[in-house]
Design a protein around this ligand. Structure first.
Ligand code: HEM
Length: 512
């Protein structure tokens, strides 16, 4: 090969080489990971977490930015704290974040992800999700169960009335939680849980233990070494509590199977009015031609989902709303005037009144903004994707800090103040639907894994709150304001109970 040949080859190769270098450098630029605050060897950013992770994450993002990469042992995650970046993750890249991440305790509690919340995206999850939306919590089923909820609301008000009659103070959180559990257990299998000795009550006790355990941070989630050591001794505790749950729920299922057999024999046709959620699930369980054969574990895990996701989230929201109203009597009075003018004084407020009570709806939205009972949305990247110009590698966990987004001063004027008026438009309507995808108010999540219980929650929460405002004047047993401190736990619990004295309003229908 002479010099001319070499020159010709080089002339041809040089541009090709330059092109490849350019491509590689572009790819390298694209492969930039999100910024990361300084961490420590081995534990990464674990030391930055406090007892209230949403607050700790909020402080980190205030200091370092709205999209961060954090590591906890060998696990890495990205932390998102702005509506725009949340939209990029949960809407534009929805297909990359379709799983909720593995959590050792939750995996165990949900019978190894046999439920909807923890199930990986795939045929089983799609089947259960469809079942949830089209049958278990469909508009028809919700409508079918509305008398049950109205009845439970009456029991709840009656109980408050008894306490008011004795001049007793009421632990608002406890009373509302009991209502939420009664609603769910009655819709699920026609069992109330008010009577301490009842099966429903035993079930609720053990479910609470399981839910609390499910929400606890297990060091095993920081990598295989911690998993092997089980330093916190969770393995035994989890197994004991789940066995207790299993025994009670198995009894309830068996009882139900028995009563279905009797009902069929008696009438050759089941009474539609008596059908509950367990009946719908048993129909599928017993159907050999069902698209997916449900197992016993699927049914048991399903009930844990609706107890875990559908009770405390709603009752804590009502409790936070009441706490805010106790500190803002003018807002409470304005809501009461609205309820009196729409509902009148002859009957209790009903779920169907809520669309005509925009100010009450706005109070609920404002409560969700400041006290979102789903403080953080957590997902896992099932494939690599790009967010805000950064690469998020496959298997990275995603944390969207809903609590922090609700306080973002770029989106909310006076973000720390409780102002339901911010949601009211000039026509007197409450703006910003909780069901649509408003990324500045993300309480129910977004995308394909968005909360399927939103329709039930947006009936139960405002109706309960409106009934409490309608039927009672509320007094504090102490001087000064109600504190707004949070404590660790699932669903943003209050650090101190909200104690109030109910004083019945002179309403003809409100009698013991
Ligand atoms: C105030 C009430 C509630 C709040 C704040 C809430 C919040 C949430 C959030 C943030 C998620 C995760 C969404 C995501 O990853 O994008 C979720 C999921 C879920 N919620 Fe709710 N929820 C509430 C009520 C309910 C109710 C009443 C039920 C059912 C009875 C329910 C059942 C579920 C289920 C099954 C999932 C898992 C969905 C899936 O992974 O596909 N939730 N909820």
């Amino acid at each position: 090969m002479d010099n001319d040949d070499l020159r010709a080859i080089l002339m041809f190769m040089l541009p090709a080489l330059l092109f490849i270098i350019l491509l590689l450098s572009k790819r390298k630029g694209k492969a930039k990971l999100p910024p990361s605050p300084p961490g420590l060897p081995l534990i990464g950013h674990f030391h930055l977490l406090g007892p209230l992770p949403h607050r700790a994450f909020h402080n980190i993002s205030q200091r370092y930015g709205p999209l961060l990469r954090l590591s906890f042992g060998s696990k890495s995650c990205v932390l998102v704290s702005s509506p725009e970046i949340a939209r990029q993750c949960l809407k534009i890249n929805d297909a990359s974040f379709l799983n909720h991440p593995h959590k050792t305790n939750l995996d165990y509690v949900t019978y190894d992800r046999s439920d909807i919340f923890m199930a990986p995206y795939g045929p089983f999850w799609k089947f259960m999700r469809k079942l949830f939306i089209t049958q278990l919590l469909s508009p028809t089923t919700l409508h079918h169960h509305s008398p049950v909820r109205a009845q439970e609301l009456k029991f709840f008000l009656h109980n408050l009335l008894k306490k008011a009659d004795l001049g007793e103070e009421v632990n608002v959180g406890e009373e509302v939680a009991l209502l939420a559990y009664n609603i769910v257990t009655t819709m699920a299998f026609r069992k109330r849980c008010s009577d301490v000795k009842s099966e429903g009550s035993q079930l609720v006790q053990v479910v609470k233990e399981l839910i609390e355990l499910g929400g606890k941070f297990n060091l095993a989630d920081m990598g295989w070494l911690f998993k092997k050591l089980d330093l916190q001794g969770y393995r035994k505790i989890l197994s004991t509590v789940r066995t207790k749950y299993d025994a009670i729920i198995e009894r309830i299922i068996k009882e139900h199977e028995e009563s279905r057999r009797t009902r069929r024999k008696d009438t050759h046709k089941e009474h539609e009015a008596e059908r509950d959620l367990l009946d719908i699930l048993l129909d599928i369980y017993e159907n050999p031609n069902s698209e997916i054969r449900l197992t016993r574990e699927n049914i048991k895990a399903f009930f844990l989902n609706i107890f875990g996701a559908g009770t405390d989230t709603s009752s804590l929201t009502v409790t936070w709303a009441m706490a805010e109203l106790m500190n803002h009597p003018d807002i409470m009075e304005k809501a009461r005037k609205e309820i009196d003018s729409v509902v009148g004084k002859e009957r209790i407020v009903e779920e169907s009144d809520i669309p005509n009570l925009p100010y009450v709806e706005s109070i609920v939205k404002e409560t969700f903004r400041l006290h979102p009972t789903g403080t953080m949305i957590s997902r896992q990247a099932t494939q690599e994707c790009e967010v805000n110009g950064y690469v998020i590698p496959e298997k990275t966990s995603l944390i969207v800090n809903v609590w922090s987004i609700g306080r973002d001063p770029e989106y909310w004027e006076y973000p720390l103040e409780f102002r339901p008026e911010r949601f009211m438009n000039e026509e007197g309507e409450s703006e910003m639907s909780l069901k649509a995808q408003n990324f500045e108010l993300l309480v129910f999540g977004a995308g394909r894994r968005m909360c399927p219980g939103v329709s039930l929650a947006t009936k139960v929460v405002p109706t309960t709150l409106a009934a409490m405002i309608q039927c009672f004047q509320w007094k504090l047993p102490h001087e000064g304001d109600v504190d707004m401190e949070e404590k660790p736990g699932l669903g943003l619990p209050r650090a101190n109970p909200l104690l109030c004295i109910p004083v019945p309003r002179p309403l003809p229908f409100l009698k013991l």
